[in-house]
Design a protein around this ligand. Structure first.
Ligand code: PAF
Length: 282
């Protein structure tokens, strides 16, 4: 596996692969890799010949009071895991390489509407940071396909919209959420939970499952299901930001005849802000 830190080196390598007719699949990450990320690489395998992963904790997607400075960084372990997963190139730029004029003065990519609802309402500017860095990384790597986890369902929806709107020739592949045995979705931020909070955390998945069951049974009282979700999470000690039933395609309000739904939630537990979702087809 090659480990590269500059845009020029990555471009040169990717160009060679492309000229040889190889398909490049890209997995952008913020590092601190876990089994959830490895499943993204696994999903990448079916879609190409060469795999590039980036490790970049993107300052633009963190709010002023968020955990940018403390976000867990484990580059050596990440390198080992990517090697074992069969990754061909690990791109590990520093902040100045990606934002030569600083994140504040960088040109930005925004997907209006979708970026300001749900998590966007509670993390202003977050998705603008995500779409900006992903657009930059796509321009650097120029992959044929890129893999994103369904755990960040809103992020996945926004990236899909960005690619369509900006005519980017990148196929977006969704990888299913990887969960611990007790149902908690894997996330680097689970590390912020105390042992006692970790024991309570799977309630987020159980609450989503209860909502999904009602939706699968054909229930259409979405507001009632949302209220129940908020109450259930609060009774387990969470501070929910939202619990929402939406149309999976575009995260807009679900209608009685909507067939593909998604229930999404974000809730704080101690120092951690956990997000999760479940899709329902009926
Ligand atoms: O999902 C993430 O880890 C990040 O939001 C991403 C897509 C790597 C952009 O920084």
């Amino acid at each position: 596996m090659r480990i590269l830190t500059t845009i020029a080196e990555v471009r040169a390598q990717a160009r060679l692969w492309r000229r040889a007719g190889r398909r490049i699949v890209f997995v952008p990450t913020m590092g601190n890799l876990h089994a959830g990320h490895l499943s993204l690489i696994e999903a990448a395998r079916a879609h190409g010949d060469h795999f590039i992963a980036s490790i970049f904790v993107n300052p633009m997607q963190f709010g002023p009071n968020e955990d940018f400075a403390h976000y867990p960084r484990t580059p050596q372990r990440d390198e080992q895991m990517l090697r074992q997963a069969g990754c061909d190139l690990m791109f590990m730029p520093d902040v100045a390489e990606i934002y030569p004029h600083g994140p504040q003065r960088a040109a930005r990519v925004e997907v209006p509407g979708l970026s300001s609802i749900l998590c966007g309402e509670f993390r202003p500017g977050h998705f603008e940071g995500v779409t900006t860095v992903v657009a930059k990384l796509f321009h650097i790597v120029q992959p044929d396909a890129a893999v994103f986890g369904e755990k960040d369902f809103q992020q996945l929806t926004i990236i899909r919209r960005m690619v369509t709107e900006l005519c980017m020739p990148v196929e977006i592949i969704a990888a299913p959420t990887v969960r611990d045995a007790d149902g908690l979705a894997m996330s680097s931020r689970n590390q912020y939970l105390t042992a006692e909070e970790r024991a309570r955390a799977p309630a987020i998945h159980r609450t989503l499952q209860a909502a999904a069951l009602r939706l699968s049974a054909g229930e259409q009282d979405y507001a009632g299901i949302e209220r129940c979700g908020i109450e259930a999470l609060a009774s387990e000690g969470f501070r929910p930001d939202y619990f929402a039933v939406r149309r999976a395609e575009d995260l807009q309000a679900a209608q009685p005849d909507t067939r593909h739904l998604v229930v999404l939630t974000a809730a704080r537990l101690g120092k951690a802000r956990l997000i999760d979702n479940l899709q329902v087809r009926r």
